[in-house]
Design a protein around this ligand. Structure first.
Ligand code: SF4
Ligand code: SF4
Length: 314
């Protein structure tokens, strides 16, 4: 069965009927207020959101945020992110939306992730899967980037015997490398193959290192051993020493260390097709909130009940 065919379609929303929604907005903003809002770029978005969500955000902020719908989506998502970070962590619902119609299979996101998290050989957080479809001569090729789905019901968590993987307060499934004993139960439990084991390799391993033999080799070796920024801590790979995350399970964490600083995940900012979106789906004005309400949205293996926070547009 193909990657895309095996999933069911969902809108992921509980939107009220249009008439109910408009009635509610009219009650909330008044007829004149509703007309004024409808004239703004955010107005169209308001029409697309659930009344309850609109009520919540209006209560919290007292205003509809100014949204430049002509801006590049990265600029727009930066503003969404800044707004989300003003809320309490538990009030956010981070989601990623990947538009499969825009993905050209360049793998830039994969490489950006490897560089950002300084991933060793064999560890990839965000591969781009490829599959062919159709029958000759009507054939095509599609590309499916596959980060961790950040499941709301993650099968990888309850199987861990030492509590080394858990869902944090803002819904991201993260790792505690210090606790992990490397049993790899979680790798087996993940239905998306989103976890890999770190066996401690480096890309320069086994190469004869001699001054000038390979240009930049020594620098590259140093680079592989210095700390990354995962989970806001930093884990280096000293030569001849086995320390975390070597021997542990590893996975995508939505670049939490960047999010906390108001920077979008590396895969999002690197995507040349602007095919990857990120933001707080609890914010009715966020770009992603409109996208997850699209009729052409779906999630992988939804029938398993894992409730992924990664959505695909087809
Ligand atoms: S590999 Fe680590 S995180 Fe995974 S189940 Fe085993 S101890 Fe837990
Ligand atoms: S995709 Fe896999 S690793 Fe990620 S939360 Fe779900 S079960 Fe865990």
């Amino acid at each position: 069965m193909s990657l895309v065919e095996e999933k069911t379609t969902t809108t992921g929303t509980t939107a009220a009927p249009d008439s109910t929604r408009r009635d509610f907005l009219r009650t909330l903003f008044g007829t004149a207020g509703l007309a004024a809002i409808a004239a703004t770029p955010a107005g169209k978005m308001l029409e697309d959101k659930t009344a309850v969500a609109v009520f919540t955000i209006a209560q919290q902020t007292g205003a509809v945020p100014e949204i430049d719908t002509n801006a590049d989506v990265i600029t727009r998502m930066n503003a969404d992110l800044a707004r989300a970070l003003q809320k309490q962590p538990a009030e956010r619902r981070w989601v990623m939306v990947i538009d499969l119609r825009k993905c050209v299979g360049c793998h830039a996101c994969t490489i950006a992730c490897v560089a950002e998290n300084k991933l060793p050989p064999g560890v990839v957080y965000r591969p781009v899967l490829e599959e062919e479809w159709g029958t000759y001569p009507n054939v095509g090729r599609r590309f499916v980037p596959r980060p961790c789905m950040q499941c709301e019901n993650p099968p990888c968590v309850p199987v861990c015997p030492v509590g080394a993987t858990f869902t944090n307060e803002e819904g991201i499934v993260e790792m505690n490398y210090e606790r992990c004993i490397g049993c790899r139960y979680c790798i087996t439990a993940c239905p998306y193959s989103a976890r890999t084991a770190d066996f401690g390799f480096t890309y320069n391993e086994g190469l004869p290192i001699a001054e000038g033999l390979i240009l930049g080799q020594t620098t590259a070796d140093d680079y592989e051993r210095i700390s990354n920024f995962e989970y806001g801590r930093g884990y280096d790979r000293p030569e001849g020493k086995r320390s975390s995350p070597i021997g542990n399970a590893r996975k995508c964490h939505f670049c939490q260390h960047r999010i906390k600083e108001g920077i979008l995940p590396a895969c999002v900012t690197t995507c040349i097709g602007r095919a990857t979106y990120f933001g707080d789906a609890n914010d009715p004005f966020a770009l992603v909130t409109g996208l997850v309400a699209s009729p052409n949205v779906m999630r992988l293996k939804e029938e398993l009940g894992t409730e992924p926070r990664v959505y695909y547009l087809t």
